[in-house]
Design a protein around this ligand. Sequence first.
Ligand code: AP5
Length: 223
Amino acid sequence: MSELDLILLGPPGAGKGTQAARLTEDFGVPHIATGDMLRAARAAKTELGMLAQAFMDRGELVPDHVIIAMLLERLAADDARDGFLLDGFPRTIEQADALGAELEEHDRWLTAALLIDAPDEVVIARISGRRVNPRTGRVYHVEFDPPPQEGRDADGSELVQREDDRAETVRRRLEVYHAQTAPLIAYYDEKGLLWRFDGTLPPDQVHAHIRATLSTVRREEDA
Ligand code: AP5
């Protein structure tokens, strides 16, 4: 069966992480989320984490050369050799070019760029209600996907709000998305790789649409 090399695109809070968790189960590819990698580096107080912190807290992008080096190292790991699902990368044209060049060098190519789209007002409401289990990374929403008990996950962990989910930082993240990341929609559309999904639908429906599309794409590649 053909390899799935996938990227998830979309504004902050569109549901990329929510769908990635489901799709990695469906298709057995590793979920590689640059935001999660940076948060782990921050928590471990590595040099990379300390550098990234200021950019993330302002809602700005971490510089391309830093994030490209981190991602390419991760892609070289054994578990990514037969497919991957990138979440949060690429975010600029320079990152997209670097990914394309790396794949080409290894005779690989992207299977699809999955755009989960939602208007600004929807994602602002979602991000303000997002709560995360700091131990497992499991994401909830106080209203749309409530945790088993208020403020706590099933394993007893206290749920927290991400540092960059404060209202003023969210607004900056959205500006940065529209200016620097949204151009990737046309970039992948021109390559015939873009698939669009309505991120305002409930998570199960978004998931069903993406899964059906990927099954079709895979059948076509295998034919
Ligand atoms: P990152 O962690 O990648 O954040 P993001 O792209 O802003 O995306 P989010 O994690 O906020 O949202 P999501 O789309 O995954 O939504 P989720 O599923 O959680 O990046 C953080 C920072 O790291 C960046 O600002 C930057 O500084 C840096 N960085 C990372 N990658 C970088 C790169 N490549 N280059 C440079 N810098 C980089 O859902 C959100 C909420 O909505 C949840 O509560 C969820 O339960 C709920 N929800 C989800 N789907 C639905 C639905 N369909 N209906 C109702 N509620 C839903």
